[in-house]
Design a protein around this ligand. Structure first.
Ligand code: ADP
Length: 213
């Protein structure tokens, strides 16, 4: 169903070399390494997400959508004040939901803002809510006919979600979403999903999980 490869290929349009990547394909053509057909490449990079030249980056926002620390602060700083002005018109966002905005000064085209769950020990629907962040962000990307999307490690910073658990949910949810979409053979635009880790230690966890699926 999938084919693992560690390669020197660069993520399309991105100067940042993936730490690992895997092709997801529901078709029998598991050796489709050139990403023709409807194969989707999942890759892990270590980078500042604001530098990525993908169609959309995902922001781990808070429910106000009015900026914060961590990746949210970095995205607002790099996008410029127009992003905050635009976000004021979005009327916030509930946990697990997602909203889209232009990217203003960022190199990507769109920012998809999603609100991850705060970790309360795991019995407050955190796994479902975190999976919803990935699904709803991908839904918006497909709705806008986007080809490439980059996710940060949602909820694993200030919101305290344990990285190993969050990583498994991130990768499983994206893989299942892609496989379902491919089987349905609908207009599925996405060809590349990037898991963007800020630290080398986070990237090592993502690498291990991606290579295990
Ligand atoms: P949350 O509130 O959802 O936990 P944080 O921004 O605190 O969000 O952290 C989410 C993840 O984003 C963490 O793994 C953090 O290291 C990472 N992060 C912080 N800044 C950046 C950035 N500029 N690019 C990519 N990831 C980042």
């Amino acid at each position: 169903m999938s084919d693992s490869q560690t390669s020197n290929d660069q993520t399309s349009n991105n100067p940042i070399k993936p730490i690992t990547q895997k092709q997801i394909s529901a078709s029998s053509d598991i050796n489709n390494k050139n990403n023709s057909g409807n194969g989707v490449t999942l890759s892990v990079v270590q980078a500042d997400i604001t530098t990525l030249n993908v169609d959309a980056i995902v922001n781990a926002a808070n429910s106000s959508l009015l900026g914060g620390g961590g990746v949210d602060g970095a995205i607002h700083r790099a996008a410029g004040r127009e992003l905050l002005a635009y976000c004021r018109t979005l009327n916030g966002c509930q946990t697990g939901e997602a909203k889209i905005s232009p990217a203003f000064k960022l190199p990507c085209q769109y920012v998809i803002h999603t609100v991850g769950p705060v970790w309360h020990g795991g019995n407050q629907h955190e796994p479902e809510l975190l999976a919803n962040c990935y699904r709803n962000s991908l839904d918006l990307a497909v709705k806008h006919n986007l080809t490439s999307i980059a996710f940060p490690a949602i909820s694993t910073g200030v919101y305290g979600y344990p990285l190993d658990k969050a990583t498994k949910i991130a990768i499983d949810t994206v893989q299942n979403y892609v496989l379902t979409a491919q089987k349905q053979a609908t207009n599925f635009s996405i060809r590349e999903v990037v898991f963007c880790c800020f630290s080398a230690s986070d990237a090592a966890v993502y690498k291990q999980v991606l290579e295990s699926i």
